[in-house]
Design a protein around this ligand. Structure first.
Ligand code: WAQ
Ligand code: MG
Length: 254
């Protein structure tokens, strides 16, 4: 039997012009879908951008393409929620978890000193754990070609007592894909949406560690950093992040 063709759909929206012309990033999204579901998938991405808490976009790019490569199936990271009372407590926990995952303290000091590099871009920045140097181009790297089928995700959320929210699905799908690659040591993330303050530290070692407060409400400065082993081949790694099609599913490979 021939496998069904899947399509990768990507969306990015900005305000005051396109991203490449200095516009403010509003929203982005990436899904995998079949031809009969393409229209619905595109509509959902458009809806997401048109009703965004970061503002109304005046530029949007929606793109889809058929995927030729086989889709890899991987398991979601194990989730845990850490309740904290303040941003300070949340950030201190994030640093502790990153250190435990293998990011040296000197690298964390350097990164936190230059945190502004994370703000306002539509992708993630890549940091070498050994040197603390940034390895990507200035616009960051956007992870793509990944998804999690709704029915499987819903089953997973009810098993773990977590909200069945598209945001959680997107974050876990991305973190599971990123951490599946051995070059990733850990990921640090919080949203750039002013109304969402929960973030996470993810790693193969400790799974998906949610932290309920990593920034103040109304703050539009988000963060996404992949801490990587800079001794590895970074081009191959970037190619995996951008091009390897992946479905997260409960029965996937560890
Ligand atoms: N690839 C690389 N970077 C991305 C991607 C992607 N596909 N999607 C988002 N980013 C970067 C980009 O710089 C955004 O500005 C930043 O991450 C934040 O994205 O309750 O909502 O979609 O467990 O605003 C995490 C906690 C929520 C969820 C994260 O991020 C939970 C979130 P947002
Ligand atoms: Mg956002």
């Amino acid at each position: 039997m021939q496998a069904e063709t899947y399509f990768s759909v990507r969306m990015r929206a900005s305000q005051n012009g396109a991203h490449e012309d200095g516009g403010k990033h509003i929203s982005g999204g990436e899904v995998l879908t079949t031809y009969p579901n393409l229209k619905q998938a595109i509509n959902q991405l458009v809806e997401k951008a048109l009703t965004h808490s970061r503002g109304n976009p005046d530029f949007m790019n929606v793109q889809f393409e058929a995927i030729d490569e086989p889709i890899q199936r991987i398991k979601p990271l194990k989730p845990e929620t850490n309740d904290v009372d303040s941003v300070e407590e949340g950030q201190a926990l994030a640093v502790k978890l990153l250190e435990q995952a293998g990011v040296p303290r000197h690298t964390l000091n350097k990164v936190y000193h230059q945190m502004t590099e994370c703000f306002g871009i539509r992708g993630a920045i890549l940091v070498d754990v050994h040197s603390g140097e940034r390895l990507d181009s200035k616009k960051g790297v956007r992870v793509s070609r990944m998804d999690w089928l709704n029915a499987d995700f819903e089953r997973w959320t009810s098993e773990h007592n977590l909200p069945n929210s598209p945001r959680l699905k997107e974050a876990l799908t991305l973190a599971s894909k990123v951490c599946h690659h051995p070059v990733t040591i850990a990921e640090l993330c919080w949203s750039d949406d002013p109304d969402y303050v929960t973030g996470y530290v993810a790693s193969r070692k400790h799974g998906y560690q949610r932290i309920t407060r990593l920034k103040e409400y109304q703050d539009e400065r988000g963060c996404r950093i992949f801490f990587v082993d800079g001794k590895a081949n970074i081009n191959t790694y970037m190619n995996y992040l951008e091009k390897q099609p992946i479905f997260v599913e409960m029965e996937g490979k560890q």
